[in-house]
Design a protein around this ligand. Structure first.
Ligand code: OFO
Length: 170
């Protein structure tokens, strides 16, 4: 059975991953209804990925003899002023998730729970990738500015950017 502090921290992380999935889903709806089809595909895919992150935690908590808690969710923001604001909110959110993951890792070391420490390394690597991708996207958007032609190309290329970030083995 998990140390109760670790179980609580992992369940908090379950909530955060579920909330991330929800937030990406709202962004996907906004993008799709704003004519950004490529960006909508990107956000729908991320909503699925975050759900997988949540499930991975749930299964781990249960396998270690504790009980995962299926969390209540807060309704995410349904609208954005544009792509820049949407991706700024992605980066802000992912930074918060990274911070929370680092806190879980710290706690694992504190209570000497090395199996959970090992398990969490996957999330540490994943967050590095997600924050990096959000920053690269924001750089690309800064170059595009408000020019509609540039934003059209951005929307067309965003899924390719994601594949490049994941590399050939992903
Ligand atoms: Fe779960 O990686 Fe983003 O939040």
């Amino acid at each position: 059975m998990l140390n109760p502090e670790i179980a609580e921290a992992l369940n908090n992380q379950v909530q955060l991953e579920a909330q991330s999935s929800h937030a990406y889903l709202a962004m996907a709806v906004w993008a799709e209804t704003s004519g950004y089809d490529g960006t909508a595909t990107f956000f729908y895919r991320h909503a699925e990925e975050e759900r997988v992150h949540m499930l991975k935690l749930i299964r781990f908590i249960n396998e270690r003899g504790s009980n995962a808690v299926v969390p209540a969710l807060v309704a995410p923001s349904p609208a954005f002023t544009g792509l820049k604001q949407a991706f700024e909110s992605v980066l802000e959110h992912e930074t918060r998730v990274t911070q929370s993951i680092n806190e879980v890792v710290d706690l694992c070391l504190k209570v000497k729970d090395y199996p959970t420490y090992n398990f969490m390394q996957w999330y540490v690597a994943e967050q590095l990738e997600e924050e990096g991708l959000a920053r690269r996207i924001l750089d690309r958007l800064a170059l595009a500015g408000d020019a509609s032609g540039a934003l059209y190309h951005f929307d067309r290329d965003i899924t390719t950017m994601e594949a490049e970030a994941e590399g050939p083995t992903a």
